[in-house]
Unconditional design. Structure first.
Length: 137
């Protein structure tokens, strides 16, 4: 039990020094687990996509992403939204909270066409967003 406390403290210290604040919340069973906030503006807000990618549905809370606009990414015949830096714009979307394991599943789902970046939202809270890779700008 004491070891678990040390692990949590070490993770929290690493996250704070790295600029990313850990967030903890109760899971379905009532246990306290680490969660990651993701700002979504497209398919990750769809309950069917959530079930397919992370195996459950999650509620979202509305927020905005200042300094970005929605672009369109074409992959084969499909088209998806992608966040592109634009200081004059903002994107409406929602924040979802997922576990670190679910975040890794979402990374695989989003693929190499997107880059995950830590951003400050219109509300002042922080979250991950999947955006156009900086190398593509």
């Amino acid at each position: 039990m004491a070891r678990d406390g040390l692990v949590v403290a070490a993770v929290a210290l690493f996250a704070v020094l790295g600029g990313i604040q850990p967030h903890w919340a109760p899971d379905v069973g009532g246990d306290i687990v680490e969660v990651e906030a993701i700002f979504s503006y497209g398919t990750l807000l769809d309950p069917n996509v959530q079930r397919s990618v992370i195996g459950r549905t999650v509620e979202s809370r509305p927020d905005t992403l200042p300094g970005y606009r929605k672009g369109v990414l074409r992959l084969g015949r499909a088209a998806y939204f992608i966040a592109i830096p634009d200081e004059q714009s903002e994107i409406d979307g929602g924040v979802i909270e997922v576990t670190p394991d679910e975040l890794r599943r979402i990374d695989r789902y989003e693929g190499d066409a997107y880059e995950r970046a830590w951003v400050t939202l219109g509300s002042g809270s922080e979250a991950w967003v999947y955006r156009r890779p900086e190398s593509s700008e």
